[in-house]
Unconditional design. Structure first.
Ligand code: PLP
Length: 404
């Protein structure tokens, strides 16, 4: 008889955003006259930039012509895209990364959840708390996290690194030594970043202990301060301890187009085994590549026109971030984030729980945000608003919150 993977049964509740979606649908069904503004899920609202649309159109035309038609993409992704990534995301920042160390994919969600597969189940993971829930959930599905304690909302075999107001939302080196360390900066959900020297400490720590850092830089395009690193490879020694994940979703609006990449330097080893070869094997066996037309669209992100247009798009969202942050401050909230990231992290008023504040905001202001506790136990008492809405909706939402 077929048996299921029991680890899936250990997962508490549904994925955070499914729960939010159900609550909002129920509210909307009961209140059809109310215009709900969604500043919850981190999905973008601005259309694709013209340079990207042009690249998509011409790639579609190529696919309709026998001479230029393309079938399966090369395992690691097309060279034109990998070369553009190397030039713009790495060489331009003084980082040494080669094109054959880039693995093009359909996004960072898949990569961040699949990467754990190449590591033994014996590895102990460390995560920032709060953080993007996919890191822990994918390790639960694999059977690496032990048992769940409903009271503390923690897994017995996960090292949680609290990121709180007291430590500037930056994790401290854990007391117990982990094998795999997930770091995400700029952080989802807190919007916090760490400086290059803080990240260097993590790189030194990983090299000393033999741990591997999985560095999720999905929000790198939103960095505005000069001492915040855009890539972990800006740190000395990162080639021997770090994997980097990148996405085209937030810098270029590809949430529905789907494109991302993972970097695994060839020097990165566990014992004698190079991780590059393992991930190449996995990629070749389980994945058939991002579509040609999407990879051409990705290449356009790095064109001069693409860069200029996307700079404006990022500025548009960061203006929303400013409106949210300043507006909430004026209304008396304690807020952080929103400077190097499109997320604003606020403390719930009057010691309300995150979910109570979610319900309150939905019912009284018809605004949807994300409860901090959905990102980990240390997120309790906090709430996330995103800057990815339209300018008009952002203004309206803040006016409604101010009027509460
Ligand atoms: C930290 C982080 N990593 C990865 C992703 C997913 O990126 P993608 O759209 O490329 O799958 C998100 C999406 O919200 C995210 O917040």
């Amino acid at each position: 008889m077929a048996k299921v993977n029991d680890n899936y049964l250990k997962l508490p509740g549904s994925y955070l955003f499914s729960t939010i979606g159900k609550k909002v649908s129920a509210f909307q069904a009961a209140n059809p006259d109310k215009a709900v503004i969604r500043l919850g899920i981190g999905d973008v609202t601005q259309p694709l930039a013209p340079a990207i649309i042009d690249a998509l159109h011409s790639a579609v035309d190529e696919m309709g012509n026998a001479e230029t038609f393309r079938g399966y993409a090369p395992d690691l992704g097309y060279e034109f895209l990998r070369n553009a990534i190397v030039e713009n995301d790495y060489k331009a920042r003084g980082c040494t990364i080669e094109a054959d160390e880039i693995f093009v994919s359909d996004g960072a969600k898949c990569d961040s959840s699949n990467i754990q597969e190449i590591f033994s189940l014996d590895n102990k993971i460390a995560v920032c708390d709060p953080v993007y829930p996919v890191y822990v959930d994918s390790n639960v599905m694999a059977g690496r996290t032990g048992t769940y304690d409903t009271k503390s909302e923690t897994w017995s075999d996960v090292i949680y690194m609290p990121c709180l107001e007291e430590n500037g939302f930056a994790p401290e080196l854990p007391k117990e030594t982990p094998d795999l360390i997930y770091l995400c900066f700029p952080n989802n959900p807190t919007g916090a970043t760490i400086t290059k020297s803080q990240l260097q400490e993590w790189v030194d720590y990983a090299n000393k202990t033999g741990a591997v850092i999985i560095y999720d830089a999905a929000y790198e395009a939103y960095i505005s301060e000069s001492d915040v690193p855009h890539s972990i490879y800006e740190c000395e020694g990162a080639r021997t301890c770090a994997i980097e994940l990148k996405s085209f979703s937030k810098n270029a609006g590809f949430t529905g187009v789907r494109l991302g990449y993972t970097v695994i330097p060839k020097e990165l080893k566990c014992g004698q085994t190079a991780l590059h070869g393992l991930w190449a094997r996995r990629h070749g066996t389980k994945y058939n590549g991002a579509p040609y037309i999407v990879q051409r669209a990705g290449e356009a992100v790095y064109s001069e026109a693409g860069k200029a247009q996307l700079k404006k798009q990022v500025a548009y969202y960061m203006n929303n971030a400013k409106i949210i942050k300043e507006g909430l401050k004026d209304a008396g909230f304690t807020v952080s984030g929103g400077v190097n990231a499109p997320y604003i992290w606020l403390k719930t008023p009057d010691k309300m729980t995150s979910w109570d504040f979610f319900d309150y905001l939905l019912e009284k202001a018809n605004v949807v945000g994300t409860p901090g506790s959905g990102f980990g136990p240390s997120g309790e008492g906090y709430f996330r608003l995103t800057a990815f809405g339209t300018y008009e909706n952002t203004l309206a939402a803040i006016e409604r919150i101010k009027a509460l």
